[in-house]
Design a protein around this ligand. Structure first.
Ligand code: PLP
Length: 563
């Protein structure tokens, strides 16, 4: 077993470690500081190389051909199944089903098992902190079977509340779903207790291990859960590969999820089709062969290291980051006290989380902002969203220092400039035109400067009266709250007033309104907004959610001015 040395470990990850091609300056400005590992981890060189090796040397379909190349591919594919079985200490390879990821694993269980065992009035318990992937499939199946979802609240430390669980659990409970660790809270849920208590009423446990699997070893036999699901891409493996561990006895009685090639034993147009044995019954069609084989590289990579040493390093990083953040007066942690894994969620008083995240991005720091696919949790916490820093063992203390320095600079800059906001207001008729915006942007080359310009533009936007920020003016599809209202003069010319709780969106609103203000409905309809955005070099820099937000603004304007 290799001794864990963070510097040496980092060297395995080309995207973060100094490979001249990949250690380019993000958006031409600064080195990448990747603190979004909860979303997906970076990949070690061995995983990346495995793809090339596979396609150059053993590419063939698995299980079905009688030629040697296919045999080679099948052996490597099935060896990964055994590697993963050993990794989580499952009893048998029959209990390891390949899926696209955690999401598909849960959908498979909900669809197959849910339909089989749920009846009217049966109950499914899930924690309020679950990722949407562990909520929505259950909502769909509950609707079809008329089962009922019961929501488990959290205790003061941010973990699933065992006292509340006792109150919810009864003989109508058929399924209990709980994340091993929430992707926002970073706290280890008491899943052993939950699993044992669930057994006492004969119900089934599904543990979402998406966030835990990269941080400590999991033994499914010791846990004694019925299902444990996770994604390869969150543990240095490829995207598009997921694991569904299920107890053989349960998988055996579950009907297939998808149908097609490979999942059958016999197909007849005269008699009933019979299904393949486990795990193939659940693996219809050609799987992600290269991905699965490369996943073995990721598991073997992790297996080389002493996980206790890695955990220790992760805890040191977490503590360092947590303490540095706690010294910033405006930072408010989502859960008090240190998280159990390197996932720290927080808000910054007086600043929208998207504004902080986009500003950090302009310094080359990648963090996540928003609802983190946990909208019920956001509602429970009474926040619209938050920032999340999630670290991996290749992150360094120097990177944390840089992140904290950037964050403090952003907060300071925003505070200094917020004094100017009121005096900068410009009435709607005197707002900038699209030509003026294009001219203003034409000399700005870097995204960092463009970003600053958008933030500055946001200050020109007259704030919308609180009473006008309502359901009617709300822009649906924008991740931040944003509103727009239109007034039409006697000549049929439209003027717009708009606002958002995020500064970046206010800046983007100025840009969009510059295109539409002072125009008739027909002029608005025929305005080529895509060419306009292209000339500003906007869309390629905005994240998809922010880009969709801009398009939602355009849609709303087109809808309210439709002739
Ligand atoms: N569950 C949790 C706790 C997660 O954090 C995630 C992804 O972030 C998922 C489920 C969904 O994983 P995937 O998108 O890989 O299917």
């Amino acid at each position: 077993m290799k001794h864990f040395d963070s510097k040496k470990f980092r060297q395995h990850f080309p995207l973060v470690c100094g490979n001249p091609r990949l250690n380019t300056q993000v958006k031409g400005l600064s080195p990448l500081v990747y603190l979004d590992n909860g979303a997906t981890t970076q990949k070690p060189a061995c995983v990346i190389a495995c793809y090339q090796y596979f396609y150059q040397n053993i590419n063939a379909n698995v299980h079905r051909a009688s030629h040697s190349l296919s045999t080679k591919a099948t052996i490597a594919f099935e060896q990964t199944r055994d590697t993963v079985r050993a990794f989580i200490n499952a009893k048998s390879n029959k209990e390891i089903v390949w899926t696209k990821g955690t999401t598909e694993s849960i959908n498979l269980i909900a669809s197959s098992l849910g339909k089989k065992i749920l009846n009217v009035g049966d109950e499914i318990i899930l924690a309020v902190s679950e990722h949407h992937a562990n909520i929505v499939p259950w909502q769909l199946i509950a609707e079809q079977t008329r089962a009922v979802i019961k929501v488990l609240s959290l205790d003061a430390t941010g973990k699933a509340d065992l006292t509340e669980f006792d109150k919810l659990l009864n003989n109508k409970t058929k399924i209990v779903c709980c994340a091993h660790i929430s992707n926002v809270l970073g706290k280890i849920n008491p899943i052993s207790e939950i699993i044992q208590k669930t057994k006492s009423v004969g119900a089934i446990t599904i543990i979402d291990g998406a966030q835990s699997i990269a941080h400590f070893s999991v033994d499914v036999q010791t846990l004694d859960c019925d299902f444990y699901v996770f994604s390869a891409h969150k543990m240095y493996g490829p995207t598009g590969v997921g694991v569904l561990y299920g107890k053989e006895a349960l998988l055996d009685v579950m009907p297939p999820y998808q149908a097609g090639g490979e999942m059958i034993k016999t197909v007849s147009l005269k008699e009933q089709t019979t299904f393949n044995s486990l795990p193939f019954k659940f693996e219809a069609g050609t799987p992600n062969i290269a991905g699965v084989i490369a996943f073995a590289e990721a598991v073997n990579f992790i297996n080389q290291y002493n996980t206790i040493e890695i955990t220790e390093y992760e805890q040191q990083l977490t503590q360092y980051c947590y303490q540095a953040l706690s010294k910033i007066a405006r930072v408010k942690f989502i859960v008090e006290k240190m998280p159990d894994i390197p996932v720290i969620a927080f808000t910054v008083k007086g600043h929208h989380n998207h504004d902080i995240a986009t500003s950090l991005d302009s310094y080359g720091v990648a963090v996540r902002s928003g609802h983190h696919c946990a909208m019920p949790l956001m509602e429970y916490l009474n926040i619209s969203g938050c920032l999340r820093v999630s670290m991996a063992p290749y992150n360094t203390f120097v990177e944390i220092d840089y992140f904290i320095k950037c964050l403090m600079k952003i907060i300071q800059q925003e505070n200094d400039s917020s004094i100017e906001v009121v005096s900068n207001n410009v009435s709607i008729e005197n707002g900038l035109t699209s030509t003026e915006i294009i001219n203003q942007f034409s000399n700005i080359k870097s995204w960092d400067s463009r970003h600053r310009e958008i933030m500055l533009l946001g200050k020109q936007l007259e704030r919308l009266d609180k009473n006008l920020r309502n359901e009617q003016s709300l822009i649906i599809g924008c991740e931040s709250l944003a509103w727009v209202i239109a007034t039409k003069n006697a000549q049929g010319v439209f003027y717009f007033q708009s606002d958002s709780d995020a500064k970046i969106i206010r800046g983007l609103l100025v840009i969009v309104l510059a295109a539409f203000n002072g125009k008739t409905a027909l002029q608005i309809k025929s305005f080529d907004i895509n060419t306009y955005f292209e000339s500003l070099g906007l869309m390629q820099h905005l994240s998809p959610s922010r880009g969709n937000g801009v398009l939602a603004i355009v849609d709303k304007i087109k809808k309210i001015t439709r002739v």
